[in-house]
Design a protein around this ligand. Structure first.
Ligand SMILES: Nc1ncnc2c1ncn2[C@@H]1O[C@H](COP(=O)(O)OP(=O)(O)OP(=O)(O)O)[C@@H](O)[C@H]1O
Ligand SMILES: [Mg+2]
Length: 252
């Protein structure tokens, strides 16, 4: 089954003379259970694609299907049960004055879920945190713990698809590895589908089976992970990006 199907998605953003085309005819699909990477230089449109799929932007053209249904035809409740997003900066998704309990309970309340306390405690345990964290506030947590809470919140409605926008880029390298391993474990255990944005090709290599390279709002090539090791991409820009990353890895 196809989990995510992005078909000819285009969007222009900005107002008046500053209006610019940000995405042009983006197409790719992600199989159920697959982890698919999106890479490309800053400003190439990676976050914008995730924001279109996540319905944080709505002025796009084209079609996005989740498990065969166009997102625009999905009732909000079904949509939230199918897909959730994790951001780079957990401060963006966790309100500083809300306790972890409030942050985790909000989606459960909106969706009128049963066994809320049990679900919140399990969500924390599943991301490697003690249920005591429910009474804490975001500023009382380390960066890694905050990102674990953001992941717990994204998973609390048991979605099948996660959109991950640089989920570990703001973390120290050692913490980054722990959170990446957690995400890999969660995917296996829950058979999740990931759409994973990172500027770090080593992270993509570790986390994804396939990836798309973006440049100036377009996908220039879709490739399997193997290509990252050899640098044998067809597109010149993709080849350059991989080559630069391979040289960097050899230099450090
Ligand atoms: N709301 C907006 N209005 C106008 N332009 C925008 C808006 N949001 C994004 N852009 C522009 O769209 C382009 C793509 O942005 P996007 O955030 O998707 O890039 P990205 O690939 O995620 O980059 P990065 O790696 O730095 O996160 C950029 O040129 C950005 O300035
Ligand atoms: Mg981005």
């Amino acid at each position: 089954m196809t989990a995510i199907e992005v078909n000819q998605v285009s969007i222009s953003l900005g107002h008046g003379p500053a209006k610019r085309r940000i995405l042009g005819d983006v197409c790719f699909s992600v199989a159920a259970g697959e982890s698919f990477g999106l890479v490309g230089e800053s400003g190439s449109g990676k976050s914008t694609i995730l924001r279109c799929i996540a319905r944080l932007l709505n002025s796009w053209e084209g079609d996005v299907k989740l498990e065969g249904t166009s997102v625009n035809d999905m009732p909000f409740a079904d949509y939230c049960r199918a897909v959730q997003m994790v951001f780079q900066d957990p401060y963006g998704s966790l309100h500083p004055r809300q306790s972890i309990r409030t942050a985790l309970q909000e989606p459960l309340r909106i969706h009128r879920m049963d066994r809320q306390v049990e679900r919140m405690e399990k969500a924390l345990i599943d991301v490697g945190l003690n249920p005591d964290f429910l009474s804490r506030y975001p500023h009382e947590l380390s960066g890694g713990q905050r990102q674990r809470v953001a992941i717990a919140r994204a998973l609390i409605l048991e979605p099948r698809i996660l959109l991950l926008d640089e989920p570990t880029s703001a973390l120290d390298v050692s913490v980054q590895a722990e959170v990446l391993n957690l995400l890999a474990d969660l995917r296996t255990k829950r058979n999740l589908t990931y759409l994973f944005v990172s500027h770090d090709l080593a992270v993509i290599d570790h986390m994804c089976e396939r990836l798309a390279v973006m440049q100036h709002g377009r996908i220039v090539e879709v490739m399997s992970r193997d290509v990252l090791a050899t640098g044998a991409a067809k597109d010149p820009y993709a080849r350059e990006l991989i080559q630069a990353s391979l040289e960097y890895d050899q230099a450090v």
